[in-house]
Design a protein around this ligand. Structure first.
Ligand SMILES: Cc1cc2nc3c(=O)[nH]c(=O)nc-3n(C[C@H](O)[C@H](O)[C@H](O)COP(=O)(O)O)c2cc1C
Length: 396
């Protein structure tokens, strides 16, 4: 998700640094717009380092990119935290005298406002009226809490806890259609050892599976991510199970699947493994100019899950194909769904720059009858959301 975070000039700005960090660690693209007052509390380098993006401050910087509207237009959600009485008043009255309020006025994205101020300021009828106006217009308010304020005083007006703010952002940004659902995702690429230093592997980075885990988490699911040799960090907030071989991955999935509602098998698994694994490194001198490795078939995890008695989880498999013809891709996906007794197959074309390792992906989600449930092309997160929506459609 692309999240614009407006930070205003209140002491609680330091807490929002932690909110920004968590959002970034959860894989979101965060763009911070601090007000001039906010920069008196927290320095620009902190926001830039934590958000991993340059910050935008001045309305008249980057005019060629029309920043005063482009930031708001491209946001999936805008968070204002801490929201001062001043900025709340400006938003409520449609003022736009700085980059943050311009961005808000130019955006149709959901707006999340987390106010923080002294009790008197919060309870002032002007502030209460302005907040009521925002609520009327559909803004999501993460209500301030009661407790110790900056000084020695105690009362309502303290910024909500970071987790509440993040939950507010997630809830505002997307539906929680998988709330209460248990989802298992496999990700990455398995490695079958040949000797202590070599293995049979594949080019899967795990990015698509990690994006699926993130998307499922954001949609409210309890997520188990079974990751084989991931090149990317597993997201926070999911139960991560690291594995390496197909046998380990199989054990991880099969032991947990009875409790699952949806299983998405995004990992690239090796169909075969060496019959014997050398206990010491194989030496060229000993093997000569050519040698063979005998392989034996690995368990077919998708088919095994497909054979389970009902009720069984909704099963989604992947088929990576180098075939270019769209009709043939659908036929292959349908054939795989039929053979494995899977509910859906996400067929993706892999070649140079597409599929494995790339940031973007393109899938067609089909069932065994060749019916196309969804097509998605874009970031792996967008593809992940399309796959989960299709899986939910099967479950409904
Ligand atoms: C030390 C200090 C702390 C402040 N804390 C708050 C606060 O928590 N909430 C608030 O609404 N205003 C607070 N203010 C006042 C705002 O900084 C002031 O209204 C400013 O104009 C807000 O600008 P902004 O909304 O563009 O960030 C504080 C001011 C100072 C000097």
């Amino acid at each position: 998700m692309r999240i614009v975070v407006g930070v205003c000039g209140g002491i609680a700005a330091y807490k929002v640094v932690g909110v920004i960090r968590t959002l970034v660690l959860r894989g979101h693209d965060v763009h911070v717009i601090p007000t001039d007052s906010a920069l008196k509390f927290i320095g620009a380098p902190t926001f830039e380092a934590i958000s991993r993006n340059p910050i935008a401050t001045d309305l008249f910087d980057g005019v060629a990119e029309v920043k005063h509207v482009s930031l708001g237009q491209s946001a999936d959600v805008i968070l204002v935290a801490p929201a001062t009485a001043n900025t709340i008043a400006k938003i409520a009255n449609g003022l736009s005298d700085d980059l943050l309020t311009n961005s808000i006025l130019a955006s149709t994205a959901p707006l999340v406002v987390a106010p923080a101020m002294h009790t008197e300021m919060w309870q002032n009828p002007a502030t209460q009226h302005n907040v009521a106006t925002l609520v009327d217009r559909g803004a999501h308010i993460v209500w301030p809490e009661s407790g110790q304020l900056t000084g020695s005083d105690v009362g309502v007006g303290r910024l909500a806890e970071p987790e509440s703010i993040i939950a507010g952002v997630v809830a505002a940004a997307g539906s929680r259609d998988l709330a209460g659902t248990r989802v298992i995702i496999t990700a990455g690429g398995t490695r079958e050892p040949i000797d202590p230093v070599r293995f049979i592997g594949n080019r899967s980075s795990g990015k698509q599976g990690v994006a699926l885990a993130e998307a499922a988490r954001d949609r409210g699911a309890d997520v188990v991510l079974i990751g084989a040799n991931l090149e990317v960090a597993p997201p926070v907030g999911v139960d991560f199970v690291p594995v390496s071989t197909v046998a380990e991955l199989r054990d991880g999935v099969v032991s947990r699947s009875p409790d699952a509602d949806i299983v998405v098998m995004a990992a690239a698994v090796s169909d075969y493994r060496p019959v014997t694994v050398a206990t010491t490194k194989m030496k060229k001198d000993a093997e000569g100019d050519s040698f063979s490795i005998e392989l034996t078939a690995n368990p077919d995890i998708l088919a095994e899950l497909g054979q389970r008695q009902h009720p069984r989880p909704v099963l989604v498999g992947f088929a990576a194909e180098t075939e270019a013809d769209a009709g043939e891709l659908i036929a292959r996906g349908a054939g795989k769904a039929e053979r494995k007794n899977a509910d859906l197959i996400a067929v993706n074309r892999v070649d140079e720059g597409r599929g494995f390792g790339a940031a973007d992906n393109e899938v067609t989600i089909v069932d065994r009858y060749g019916e196309v449930h969804a097509r998605a092309a874009g970031s792996k997160r967008e593809v992940a959301d399309a796959i989960l929506a299709a899986a939910r459609g099967v479950r409904a």
